[in-house]
Design a protein around this ligand. Structure first.
Ligand code: FAD
Length: 369
């Protein structure tokens, strides 16, 4: 249940494997976080330690180029996969120490990552401010259009036989004893051999039916879209906020992380904070025309990691939610692994670190990238 990028990716991977799924979506495909997502594929640029989550991010990033090509062939949609790379500027000694340490361990692991001096950085990215002390350069972290990606996955799944039913809200799970046997909508009961809960920030509404703690919090993110006749940047610039150059001089500037319930409103405070930080990172943005501002809700799990896999004690139910700031990046690998689980094989990457019944810290996760 859920027609965001996670539900659509799972549907596509299942349909491609010959299992025909039914996607039930409360409003429309890509109506929520998956259209608000900035589309960054940030696997390396903000990772300070190696762990299974980092490996999951790298695995998903590696699937993107092939998947973008495959979706173009299958449904003639361009998901705008753009090889932009990420620049992480350091403006203080503390930031320089942190970013250069990040570069060092990743490079030692054989990953593409470089610490650039001020002169090198300004040659790579002339839009940076004079105050920088150096930058981390992560040339393999790229960008897509998340709305196009979600719609392409839904169309491709549909072309392979999947049904995508919009304006269809799931109101409860149906059970036979402990086993989940389907879902209930306001008008009907739908049977299913497996139910996948991927309802984004709304997943927690099903906690009672799921039967285990489901700490998924709505984390509001505000974004500004701004336009200049000449792009301010060549690459993604990402420190505490990010600025992404798009086609036609458009820039995406994001994003806040706020725990304010299900409120998606755009606030003066949020926008002022964003723009102050973004214009420090890319001074040319001061001249930009503001085109739009919007807010969306990320599904933030208490520890910031996704909840992936079966629910112990609830056969027939799988969770795929809580992707927080990484749902666009993680959509391909989530779709692949959950499809592998349902089709009957073991997932090709262990889901143990992401099991839904792991212990969680109290409250929502920290807001830093
Ligand atoms: C401002 C912002 C910027 C972001 N930038 C990035 C980024 O650059 N890179 C990145 O990787 N991630 C980014 N993210 C995070 C990413 O967008 C999310 O992690 C991802 O979209 C989550 O996908 P989802 O399918 O789980 O949720 P959603 O896209 O929210 O989809 C869930 C769907 O479930 C539906 N639903 C809910 N309840 C029900 C119900 N009862 N019955 C039926 N349907 C239901 C909803 O209507 C919704 O369409 C960003 C998020 C925000 C808000």
């Amino acid at each position: 249940m859920g027609g965001g990028i996670i539900g659509c990716s799972i549907a596509f991977h299942l349909a491609r494997a010959g299992v025909i799924p039914l996607v039930l979506e409360k409003t429309a495909v890509a109506a929520e976080a998956s259209s608000g997502g900035a589309g960054l594929l940030t696997a390396q640029a903000h990772t300070d330690d190696p762990d299974p989550f980092f490996d999951l991010k790298l695995a998903s990033r590696a699937l993107y180029p092939g998947l973008a090509d495959e979706l173009r062939e299958r449904v003639d949609l361009d998901v705008e996969y753009r090889q932009l790379g990420h620049v992480v500027p350091a403006l203080t000694d503390a930031e320089a120490g942190r970013v250069s340490a990040r570069v060092a361990w990743q490079a030692a692991r054989g990953l593409p990552a470089q610490w650039l001096t001020v002169a090198e950085a300004r040659e790579l990215e002339p839009g940076l401010p004079p105050e920088i002390l150096g930058v981390g350069w992560f040339p393999e972290d790229h960008h897509i259009n998340s709305t196009a990606m979600t719609q392409a996955l839904a169309s491709a799944a549909n072309r392979l036989g999947a049904q995508v039913r919009v304006e269809c809200q799931v109101v409860d799970l149906v059970r036979d004893g402990d086993r989940v046997t389907g879902v209930r909508t306001p008008t009907e009961t739908i049977s299913a051999s497996t139910v996948v809960l991927c309802a984004g920030a709304w997943s927690g509404e099903f906690e009672a039916a799921v039967g285990i703690p489901l700490p998924v919090f709505p984390a509001k993110g505000q974004i500004v879209v701004a336009r200049l006749p000449v792009p301010a940047l060549r690459h993604v610039v990402y420190a505490s906020v990010y600025a992404i150059p798009r086609a036609m001089g458009e820039h995406i500037i994001g994003s806040t992380v706020e725990y304010v319930g299900f409120d998606k409103g755009v606030t003066i405070e949020g926008i002022v904070d964003l723009l102050n930080e973004a214009t420090t990172l890319a001074p040319a943005l001061r001249e930009a025309e503001m085109v739009a501002g919007y807010g969306c809700l990320r599904p933030a799990s208490a520890d910031g990691l996704p909840l992936l896999g079966p629910v112990p004690g609830r056969p027939g139910l799988i969770l795929a939610t809580g992707h927080f700031r990484n749902g666009i990046l993680l959509a391909p690998i989530t779709g692949q692994l959950i499809a592998e689980l349902i089709v009957g094989g073991a997932p090709s990457i262990s889901l143990a670190p992401f099991r839904p019944d792991r212990p969680f810290p109290p409250g929502p996760p920290p807001t830093a990238p």
